[in-house]
Design a protein around this ligand. Structure first.
Ligand code: FAD
Ligand code: NAP
Ligand code: MG
Length: 464
């Protein structure tokens, strides 16, 4: 296998899952191919590697990160737990079900820090262009070493695209927006609610970003939050200070007009209008072209590019499941590259893709979406030796989570769930989420211990 070369683009959770999959095979005594992972940022973790920057980075590359200060997991951590590296193994004590970003970042790194994965990653390196030679059956990657300002190329037998798809904003136009006097930004550039304190803000969109940025701005002191939906409202019972209205039609100065006749003045507009799958390094014939959905077309098993299966994509689906889904994909991709898993003919693959697309088209409710992605992962898990976990129970937890959000959008993060990996029931967090204004790892993990220690000191002092 040593003369087989594998290139991975991106060291976010998906790219790291691929490195971990090979590490697991190596631990079983198998000879693994030569692997090189290219990461344009200075560190790994993808979205979880928070950047205060917006626009471009220090080498002029577009900023990848869309996460923000005070971001807490928006789903129970029990739904994304790695089945080969539990939260218990990492934190050594039960933690709550909805950790803040730095805590999840710590968890992702824990698993990979134990290996020599860093040696396989070239940081500050952007994959600039990919081509494929039909005769040699090899990919040529053109790479930019950003730090040293050097461009070079290398050849690979297999290519994994793990570059994520929540980075390039979808930015619609609304008449008159160019004359809006206040801040106009996309969720991709939102870095925290502080700047919107005491302001009246308008958020366009009705999905996770709109919901979470809206709630965060409310929590951190915005005067009012208005969410404008195109297709369906989020539809939960909003607290005073947040409301949902139909689609915006146009602006007149700082006044927004909506298609139900409502009009209102705003200080700022945040477009929570989603992202584009964008692969500026891939030529037309190798590029995945899709909207954000649960089963992108042309990917067999949601992984193998049907026209050329040596090219694989990880994590390109819309995501209920995240880290554990990327793992199940990476394990199957690994087995294909190590000749332990064979894929059928192109015709058979197309039939299989079509079956899934048809199922996807018939989904109605959010519960259907959860069941669909659960079935997809069940199929992948049967194909490799990634440790099995109780997917039916995870699906139930997702449904409970959806109900919890419907019940109270401000308190759902205070709920606890049980791990399907270890059976551990999550701890209740020391502070209710609405009162917790500090998202640091230090405070999250140790504030209660510190308080206990302080109480002990006080008690001892009193006794003396
Ligand atoms: P990414 O995390 O996007 O990583 C892709 C990596 O590829 C990046 O490091 C990037 O720098 C690199 N890259 C891209 N292009 C190139 C190139 N040309 N050359 C070299 N490197 C390149 N999921 C959850 O489970 N829970 C959450 O609470 C949650 N919150 C989220 C909040 C926001 C605002 C967003 C946008 C997403 C959130 N997600 C959440 C989903 C998130 O997409 C996944 O958790 C996960 O980060 C996806 O991993 P990935 O590796 O596929 O992509
Ligand atoms: P998304 O789920 O793709 O949703 C895009 C939204 O934009 C939809 O509501 C869509 O409306 C709307 N939209 C698109 N074009 C529009 C237009 N021209 N006019 C009006 N509305 C338009 O994207 P997202 O909400 O940014 O979520 C992306 C990812 O980030 C998700 O995986 C999510 O889990 C993650 N995230 C997590 C957190 C967290 O708390 N941890 C926070 C934010 C985001 P239609 O329904 O009409 O298409
Ligand atoms: Mg299996």
């Amino acid at each position: 296998m040593k003369n087989t070369r594998i290139g991975i683009i991106g060291a976010g959770p998906s790219g790291l899952a691929q490195l971990r999959a090979f590490e697991a095979a190596e631990k079983q005594g198998l000879e693994v191919p030569e692997i090189v992972c290219f990461e344009k940022q200075e560190n790994w973790g993808g979205m979880w590697n928070y950047s205060w920057r917006t626009g471009v980075g220090k080498y002029g590359e577009p900023i990848h990160g869309s996460m923000y200060k005070y971001l807490w997991s928006n789903g129970p951590k029990e739904c994304l737990e790695f089945s080969d590296y539990s939260f218990d193994e990492h934190f050594k004590k039960p933690i709550s079900s909805y950790p803040p970003r730095p805590v999840l970042f710590d968890y992702i790194q824990g698993r990979i820090n134990k290996s020599n994965a860093r040696n396989y990653i070239r940081f500050n390196t952007t994959a600039r262009w990919v081509s494929y030679d039909e005769d040699t059956k090899k990919f040529t990657l053109i790479l930019d070493d950003l730090k040293n300002d050097k461009t070079y190329s290398e050849e690979f037998d297999y290519l994994i695209v793990a570059s994520g798809h929540f980075s390039t904003p979808n930015m619609p136009y609304f008449e008159g927006i160019e004359d809006f006097p206040g801040t106009v930004m996309h969720a991709h550039d939102f870095r925290g609610a502080d700047q919107f304190k005491d302001q009246n803000i308008l958020l366009i969109g009705s999905s996770y970003s709109a919901e979470d940025i809206g709630v965060q701005c409310h929590k951190h002191g915005a005067q009012s939050v208005t969410l404008s939906y195109r297709s369906n409202p989020i539809g939960v019972e909003w607290p005073d200070g947040i409301k949902e209205v139909p689609l915006l039609t146009h602006f007149e100065g700082d006044t927004a007009h909506f298609n139900n006749g409502h009009k209102e003045q705003f200080d700022a507009v945040i477009m929570c209008t989603g992202y584009q799958h964008k692969f500026p390094f891939l030529p037309d014939e190798l590029r995945l072209k899709t909207k954000n959905n649960l089963y992108p077309d042309n990917l067999y098993k949601g992984i193998f590019f049907n026209d050329l299966p040596q090219l694989m994509y990880l994590g390109m689906q819309d995501q209920y499941y995240t880290f554990n889904m990327f793992d199940t994909q990476a394990w199957v991709a690994r087995d294909f590259m190590m000749n332990r898993y064979e894929i059928p003919s192109k015709e058979e693959r197309s039939k299989d893709i079509d079956l899934w697309l048809e199922k996807n088209n018939n989904l109605q409710s959010s519960f259907d979406h959860v069941d669909f992605q659960t079935d997809y992962i069940k199929e992948l898990i049967a194909l490799s030796d990634y440790p099995d976990f109780n997917l039916d129970k995870v699906a139930d937890m997702f449904k409970e989570w959806l109900n919890d959000k419907d019940e109270n959008i401000l308190t759902y993060r205070d709920k606890t769930f049980q791990s399907v990996v270890t059976g551990t029931v999550a701890a209740e967090h020391h502070t209710e989420w609405m009162d917790e204004l500090d998202d640091s790892k230090e405070r999250y993990l140790f504030a209660d211990e510190k308080e206990e220690a302080l109480t002990e000191v006080e008690t001892t002092t009193k006794a003396i």
